[in-house]
Design a protein around this ligand. Sequence first.
Ligand SMILES: NC(=O)C1=CN([C@@H]2O[C@H](COP(=O)(O)OP(=O)(O)OC[C@H]3O[C@@H](n4cnc5c(N)ncnc54)[C@H](O)[C@@H]3O)[C@@H](O)[C@H]2O)C=CC1
Ligand SMILES: O=C(CO)COP(=O)(O)O
Length: 345
Amino acid sequence: MKKIAVLGAGSWGTALAMVLADNGHEVRLWGHKEAQIKEINEFHTNIKYLQNIKLSNMIIGYTSMKEAVNQVDAVVLAVPTKAMREVCQQVREYLSTPTLFVHVSKGIEPDTHLRVSELIEEELPESIREAVVVLSGPSHAEEVSLRQPTTVTAASLNAEAAEKVQDLFINQHFRVYTNTDVVGVEIGGSLKNIIALAAGITDGLGYGDNAKAALITRGLAEIARLGSCLGANPLTFLGLTGMGDLIVTCTSVHSRNWRAGNMLGKGMKLEEVLENMGMVVEGVRTTKAAYQLSKKLQVKMPLTSALYHVLFDDVNPKDAVDELMNRSKTTELDDLSKLLGERIR
Ligand SMILES: NC(=O)C1=CN([C@@H]2O[C@H](COP(=O)(O)OP(=O)(O)OC[C@H]3O[C@@H](n4cnc5c(N)ncnc54)[C@H](O)[C@@H]3O)[C@@H](O)[C@H]2O)C=CC1
Ligand SMILES: O=C(CO)COP(=O)(O)O
């Protein structure tokens, strides 16, 4: 049995705390809201994020970071990307020995264009980092908390650390693979949220399955184009954290990104949509970051670019779709086939 701190008591932190508790670990679920932590400890529920779920007694809620991370074997960082630096700054106050860090957040920081593992490495000194591992894949918290079959990937350049994380989380309902392609895993997990927002928009506009399939496949092409340019293995994008997560996020009502897009497609304004959600919609900031990156690196990302203009320049969603459909004709297998071809040879 290990002692594990899960930092972030939202949907995903809570669902992962349940997986770890099922595996017999002592789990400390840290959150910054007193009332919510009180609810977790007194009633063993976290109603705002996971309805009709009873938490195990092995999960203890904490608001004190000092107590939550005291002598733990691993720290799971499960806050939205926007809060990651602030939470790391709190953690580093209280750790003095090398600790295994697992992050589960799907985003890219606008302006710096850093992936989450990179910004964690910026905030946490090497002396307290045994390794940073990303855990990602097609995994809605709502289904994980019901112990429905789920598969994810633990990725790190340190293969031994990735395997340690695999061992912490794997069980009969939650199957964990390993990968060493951190760039591919983080880029796939972050950029699928852009495409999920777009899929919600086309559904909101009343378009059908053809549009959805087009978004998923052409979305994957532009994710792989940018990711490969950043050093990812293009084959990772065909796996769980690429195509797998694109499918689950673009086709599920559980997805907050899809739901936010759906409201936009029905005519609501972005501020109104975000207020309505009450939970993180990572794709909004990531669209800004990916759009900036595509300009900087001169990578063609028409879907990301169209969504950027809908979100930040008030372009009408239907006009954005019309514009995408009316671009000049092109071939299907462009630079991507070259990238894949080179890898396969
Ligand atoms: N919900 C899901 O099914 C999955 C979510 N993820 C990722 O996990 C990350 C977290 O998402 P969710 O838990 O779903 O979001 P959520 O919106 O359900 O919960 C976020 C939690 O973070 C807390 N928080 C926000 N700012 C904070 C701060 N400065 N300090 C401390 N706590 C803070 C909030 O109070 C809330 O409890 C995101 O990057 C998301 O993309 C990944 C896989 C699945
Ligand atoms: O990443 C997820 C599932 O794999 C959850 O997606 P949302 O953040 O859109 O709910």
